[in-house]
Design a protein around this ligand. Structure first.
Ligand code: BGC
Length: 364
């Protein structure tokens, strides 16, 4: 068995009760009659995070190939019209299941509803479509992702010994339900500290479409507004974190001001090795892709799986059957776990400039 670094609980969910077929045909759903599986996947973009093209595409292909099913993976490149066109083409081409990472809930819902009306099974992959109609939702425990970020920032601020630190927020896209969940997670750690005046809340902005370039401008503005007095940055993913770090560098503040992240991207891990980033959150996308693929294949075969868990859609009020995997906080000393898990390679992370830092971090 592959050695993952997921918690035992998450592996247990998948290995045992998690994806047991229950063949309950009491309420037939879209995609419920046995068909030869063909799975369509629409990824959101390739700029808001490297993960979609470097991890999700790779691990989805791996899962579909090992299940021996046909598939078509496309990327909407942050274009909502293209997203809908791709969905239409996939439906016409006869996909039995459509897996989407929505660009926003409104356009996501339109795609899901259309697929459903044509008898195509649907899965919300990574992002829940609010008010949507997906048969399953496969993701990570996203509030825990945010909690790990809040705890990570707090740990790094303590290590720096800053008294009453000013903390700035760079939230994710306002149209991504995950961004809302991440914020709920980090607020649960940091809000009490703002309230007790242990920390001071600095500027806060949401970054449209997680646009890394825009995040640079936004953070530069935040630093100006705060007159240079920002002691920690809660950045919702590695791309936003890197944007903040680039501005901190311009001001000779990198390494002094801890910055968080998410996705364990090569760039994020290198920023941690350089001492410019406090931590990242690793999400084992291979497990996410495998869980979603298993569900899509089962739906095509007319089976209904009991995932043992539901998530309440706050807009539609539905309890959506879900698989939620466990994220893991990554600091300098456990970057090696991400490499051992096959998520990124040592060659990519430990380039000449990072050779010494890699050796110091025990990456061999
Ligand atoms: C994903 C993150 C990703 C972000 C930007 C979120 O929905 O969960 O992993 O960094 O989108 O693409």
């Amino acid at each position: 068995m592959r050695k993952g670094i997921l918690t035992i609980a998450a592996v247990g969910l998948l290995a045992t009760g998690g994806l047991t077929a229950c063949n309950d045909d009491s309420s037939p759903e879209a995609g419920s009659s046995a068909k030869t599986p063909k799975i369509g996947v629409i990824l959101p973009d390739s700029k808001s995070s490297a993960r979609w093209e470097t991890a999700d595409r790779r691990f989805l292909e791996e899962a579909f190939k090992s299940a021996g099913v046909q598939y078509d993976i496309q990327n909407a490149q942050n274009d909502k019209t293209a997203f809908q066109t791709i969905a239409d083409q996939m439906i016409t081409s006869g996909v039995t299941a459509l897996m989407i990472v929505n660009l926003d809930s409104g356009t996501g819902k339109a795609v899901l509803d259309k697929a459903k009306s044509q008898g195509v099974a649907t899965i919300d992959y990574d992002r829940l479509t609010l008010g949507g109609s997906a048969q399953y939702y496969v993701s990570f425990d996203n509030e825990t992702v945010g909690k790990l970020q809040g705890e990570g920032l707090s740990k790094c601020l303590t290590e720096k010994g800053v008294k009453n630190p000013v903390v700035a927020y760079l939230n994710g896209s306002p149209t991504d339900n995950n961004a809302t969940l991440f914020k709920a997670g980090y607020d649960s750690v940091l809000k009490p500290k703002f309230e007790s005046k242990e920390y001071t809340k600095g500027p806060e902005d949401s970054v449209p479409a997680w646009d890394n370039a825009q995040a640079t401008t936004i953070f530069e503005q935040q630093l100006t507004t705060a007159k240079g007095k920002i002691d920690g940055v809660l950045a919702a993913n590695d791309g936003l974190g890197n944007a903040a770090i680039s501005i901190l560098k311009k001001n000779n503040l990198n390494g002094k001001v801890p910055v968080t992240g998410q996705d364990a991207s090569t760039e994020g891990l290198q920023n941690i090795l350089a001492g410019d980033q406090c931590m990242t959150v690793y999400k084992a996308v291979r497990e996410e892709a495998k869980a979603a693929s298993d569900l899509a294949v089962a739906l095509a075969k007319g089976e209904r799986k009991d995932t043992g868990q539901t998530v309440k859609d706050p807009e539609g009020g539905r309890d959506v059957p879900s698989v939620l995997l466990t994220p893991k906080a990554i600091y300098k000393d456990n970057i090696k776990d991400v490499i051992a898990d096959g998520y990124v390679t040592k060659e990519a992370v430990c380039t000449a400039a990072f050779a010494k830092a890699c050796a110091d971090a025990g990456i061999s």
